[in-house]
Design a protein around this ligand. Structure first.
Ligand code: NAD
Ligand code: TYD
Length: 353
């Protein structure tokens, strides 16, 4: 496949910014267009280091806006799309499910349709890559893993909206032979992660000696992957994945929330010269998330066997790097936690106390 002009949606968000950075730096011959609506989760500060690169262009726009997407496709004649734009936080999906239907379902369907029409059913050399989540598979018990064959069983408005978008992607493949590829990844962590999600929220609260809100008993298990390893998997799948197929991406790295929070506390006690155990005293058990999925665990054997991908970082090392990034980028944290964040935090967490 020769791809020269690539649209990356949601490139100002957490994972998207790492994907944009990787592509801009690795493929100077490509033109990378980052389309993002700059919602609360989108932040151009995430891309300061590459914003002046000659092969990079930012476009502000909304994936649900059909005329705007048509105009964009006409102007750039994209060869490929890597679609990450989404509403991504489960707790927000519980408070406002319809926003997730709009962005994730309607937005994805709109993008598929605009691309299909712009490519006028001549799909040779074209590729539409949809980035999805392991949460579409539902919740595991103590044993077992999600494989690419696991039946979808989404249980939160977020995962239901992602599952619906995945179904549209596969429907376009089967109905129109639209050239799709897709991946379902486990929980990412790393730099530029918005502090509504577990790891950056805990880092920020530990730093500020605020309560560390652990949902329920803290027994829920997540499989954590270094975001740069996810970006590398996306690069590989975009270029070498088989059309019409999906790939699971995961860290082979399961942690109970409470153990992860203890590990973070202990890393940060050292970094902040606190006495061992001091930060862990901030741990506060709060009301559980409704419908809280117990365990996610990905079997990424297909991606490893077919395309040779595996995670590069040990979790403890990645977590320490992540903590260092947050400690060295307090300005970034200040910017994203001022304004709306305060209101969000108050609303989410006062109902849990
Ligand atoms: P994020 O919330 O950090 O970023 C989402 C980005 O999409 C933001 O920049 C936002 O401004 C943009 N966006 C939102 N609505 C838009 C719209 N209507 N039009 C254009 N742009 C819009 O999310 P993330 O964590 O980086 O996740 C990116 C993708 O990866 C999502 O599709 C998510 O479902 C998937 N995913 C995330 C994880 C994870 O652990 N974070 C794991 C697996 C898959
Ligand atoms: P999150 O980062 O929101 O990702 P997801 O729900 O998509 O897996 O949450 C990760 C886990 O941490 C999840 O089991 C919920 C839990 N959690 C807390 O215990 N406290 C918190 O404040 C947050 C945000 C999450």
């Amino acid at each position: 496949m020769t791809t020269s002009t690539i649209l990356i949606t949601g490139g100002a968000g957490f994972i998207g910014s790492h994907v944009v950075r990787l592509f801009v730096n690795k493929y100077p011959q490509y033109r990378i267009v980052n389309l993002d609506a700059l919602t609360y989760a989108g932040n151009l500060e995430n891309l300061k280091d590459i914003e002046a690169a000659p092969n990079y262009q930012f476009e502000k726009g909304d994936i649900t806006d059909e005329p705007a997407m048509q105009e964009l496709f006409a102007r750039y004649a994209f060869d490929g799309v890597i679609h990450l734009a989404a509403e991504s936080h489960v707790d927000r999906s519980i408070s406002d499910p319809l926003q997730f239907v709009k962005t994730n379902v309607l937005g994805t369907a709109n993008l598929l349709n605009v691309a299909r029409k712009a490519w006028a059913n001549a799909f040779s050399g074209k590729r539409f890559y949809h980035v999805s989540t392991d949460e579409v598979y539902g919740s595991l018990g103590e044993e077992g893993f999600f494989t690419e064959e696991t039946a979808y069983d989404p249980r939160s408005p977020y995962s239901a909206s992602k599952a619906a978008s995945d179904h549209f992607v596969m429907a376009y493949y089967h109905t129109y032979h639209f050239p799709v590829v897709m991946s379902n990844c486990s929980n990412n962590y790393g730099s530029h992660h918005f502090p509504e999600k577990l790891i950056p929220l805990m880092i920020n609260n530990i730093l500020n000696k605020k309560p560390l809100p652990v949902y329920g008993k803290g027994e829920n298990v997540r499989d954590w992957l270094w975001v740069e390893d996810h970006a590398k998997a996306i690069d590989l799948i975009f270029h070498k994945g088989k059309e019409g197929e999906k790939y699971n991406v995961g860290g082979f790295n399961e942690w109970k929330n409470i153990d992860l929070v203890h590990l973070l506390c202990s890393i940060m006690d050292k970094k902040l010269n606190r006495k061992e155990g001091e930060s862990a005293e901030l741990i506060t058990y709060v009301t559980d998330r409704p419908g809280h999925d117990l365990r996610y665990a990905i079997d990424a054997t297909k991606l490893n066997k077919e395309l040779g991908w595996k995670p590069s970082l040990q979790f403890e090392e990645g977590l320490e790097k992540t903590v260092d990034w947050y400690l060295n980028n307090s300005e970034w944290v200040e910017h994203v936690t001022s304004g709306n964040y305060q209101q969000y935090y108050q609303e989410q967490y006062e109902q849990r106390s």
